[in-house]
Design a protein around this ligand. Structure first.
Ligand code: SAM
Length: 189
């Protein structure tokens, strides 16, 4: 792939959940095509995954860039995905109902970038990258299969619902093993 995928980190810390999603992204995007921007935290230990910058993508003045935002009016197509040089994705944890942080913190601040959605449903950051990669590889969004909401069983009694949209890979919702283990061991929700 020739495109650079930029994750603009927008959480106050690199929470373990963020780190696990970023590791998951590094399995989808080659290191030389992956940037993490707005990393103001010391010792982020993201250098092994991609290029790391303290600068916000907002100050990089990139040409031919596309922000992925669920609130964008247009859906990304394979044809135009091929023509963009940079894709900008929010390093934002999911919230339900969505708080429109991508629009407020990226789209409204980067006036010279194009903006596209991957449908209107909310993906995790790593699953947004997965869907983006499928579109870059020539698949139309309508030909990708999804599941709405994922229930994770914690033990015999408890379970948690993740109210997001999951692309299906070999018929199963895409979530990393590391995140499953993290969620099962996390006590506070
Ligand atoms: C968990 S989402 C953050 C959603 C957040 N609740 C909001 O309101 O913006 C993380 C990132 O994945 C990308 N993303 C997720 N779902 C998307 C969709 N349907 N279309 C385009 N981008 C999406 C966006 O770049 C978003 O910033």
């Amino acid at each position: 792939m020739h495109q650079t995928i930029i994750i603009e980190h927008l959480e106050p810390e690199i929470w373990p959940w963020c780190k696990i999603e970023y590791e998951s992204i590094s399995k989808i995007v080659p290191k030389e095509n992956l940037w993490f921007t707005n990393i103001v935290q010391e010792n982020s230990s993201l250098e092994s995954l991609g290029k790391v910058s303290k600068q916000s993508v907002i100050n990089l003045n990139l040409k031919n860039a596309c922000i992925l935002d669920p609130d964008a009016p247009k859906t990304l197509t394979p044809k135009e995905a091929e023509s963009f040089e940079y894709f900008i994705i929010g390093g934002i944890l999911g919230n339900y109902p969505p708080k429109k942080r991508t629009k407020v913190e990226l789209t409204n601040k980067l006036k010279n970038a194009e903006v596209r959605n991957l449908g209107k449903k909310q993906f995790s950051t790593d699953n947004a990258v997965y869907v983006l990669k499928e579109i870059i590889n020539g698949k139309e969004l309508k030909n990708i299969k999804f599941q709405n909401k994922l229930t994770i069983k914690i033990n015999e009694i408890e379970s948690i619902d993740l109210p997001y949209y999951y692309p299906l890979v070999n018929g199963k919702p895409r979530i990393s093993e590391k995140l499953l283990t993290y969620i099962k061991n996390k006590k506070d929700f």
